[in-house]
Design a protein around this ligand. Structure first.
Ligand code: C2E
Ligand code: MG
Ligand code: MG
Ligand code: MG
Length: 281
């Protein structure tokens, strides 16, 4: 007998849960293969400078196009990758791929472009891998300058082992990489870390941004985060900018950049490059 989460009453183990477990298992085996077969791709979502309208950079987001099942969402396979340890392999692949894609764009443009690429790092990677060495090797093999890479970390990377996180963040800064705190405001880290750790960018979680349309409290939270970032000398990015109203409001509030469906969805590398070129002023 299993306890259903939050329901407070005992629940019989359902066949549906067995199916769920099987699906998880097969995702793990197939993910292993997908990485080898290159079924996994990196898409790139533009981050727009809200003042100038120019593309500031891109966030690299993993996509899995399964040959039978169609697209499997990262919110489904990333947790499986984390539990199985496959995230270490996936994470290295994503860092290398993103760096090489950007270097490729530089070659096409004939000069280093004023663009960065944000790569998500899992807390498991921070705990178990040498992420500074991973970034350093991606920089070396692609020839990119450190500031072209933004490492997106979540609060959970800090909470588990703050001393280790401090060393990692400092090592990333020594490489001149940018450090962004992803999904800011949804985790359990204390504000003291903002003071202590070398964080360059706060990415305001989509839940607060979406909330701004309907909920004055969300507006207050976004304002407060923007004020905090400014006081601490950090930049800001808003996630989930889905409408022109949100883009305008966030710009007026002083948010530096935004990403969201209003501008563009995550795009294949070719289309992302074309998007950046078309918006260059
Ligand atoms: P994230 O890092 O917070 O990435 C932003 C997510 O918001 C992406 O979801 C993106 O497609 C989505 N998004 C962007 N703009 C909008 C919008 O206007 N509206 C809505 N509804 N959504 C928007 P995605 O690609 O499904 O990725 C989900 C999460 O999976 C990411 O959240 C990140 O935590 C994780 N993830 C994705 N790729 C990787 C990766 O290569 N490594 C690691 N460790 N995690 C990854
Ligand atoms: Mg992210
Ligand atoms: Mg995020
Ligand atoms: Mg998010």
């Amino acid at each position: 007998v299993k306890q259903a989460k939050g329901a407070g009453k005992p629940q019989v183990y359902e066949p549906q849960q067995a199916t769920e477990a099987r699906r998880r298992f097969s995702i793990e085996t197939e993910l292993r293969r997908a990485i080898e077969k290159e079924e996994l791709k990196l898409f790139y979502q533009p981050l727009i400078n809200l003042k100038s309208g120019e593309v500031a950079g891109f966030e690299a987001l993993a996509r899995w196009e399964h040959e039978d099942r169609g697209e499997i969402s990262p919110s489904e396979f990333i947790p499986v990758a984390e539990e199985s340890g496959l995230i270490l392999h996936l994470g290295r692949w994503a860092m290398d791929k993103a760096a090489h894609t950007l270097a490729d764009w530089d070659r096409k443009a004939g000069k280093p472009l004023p663009l960065y690429v944000g790569v998500n790092l899992s807390a498991i990677q921070v705990a178990r891998d040498d992420v500074a060495a991973l970034v350093s090797s991606a920089l070396k093999s692609s020839g990119l300058a450190g500031k072209r890479i933004t490492v997106e970390l979540t609060e959970s990377s800090i909470v588990q082992d703050p001393a280790r996180a401090t060393r990692v963040f400092e090592a990333l800064k020594a490489l001149d990489a940018t450090v962004a705190m992803d999904d800011f405001g949804t985790g359990y880290s204390s504000l003291a870390y903002l003071q202590r750790l070398p964080i360059d960018v706060l990415k305001i979680d989509r839940s607060f941004v979406t909330g701004m349309m309907v909920d004055p409290d969300s507006v207050a939270i976004v304002r407060a985060v923007l004020g905090l970032a400014e006081a601490l000398g950090m930049s800001t990015t808003a996630e989930g900018v889905e409408t022109v109203e949100l883009a305008t409001t966030l710009a007026a509030l002083g948010c530096a950049s935004g990403q969201g469906f209003h501008f563009a969805r995550p795009l294949e590398a070719e289309a992302a490059f074309a998007y950046a070129e078309s918006r260059r002023q």
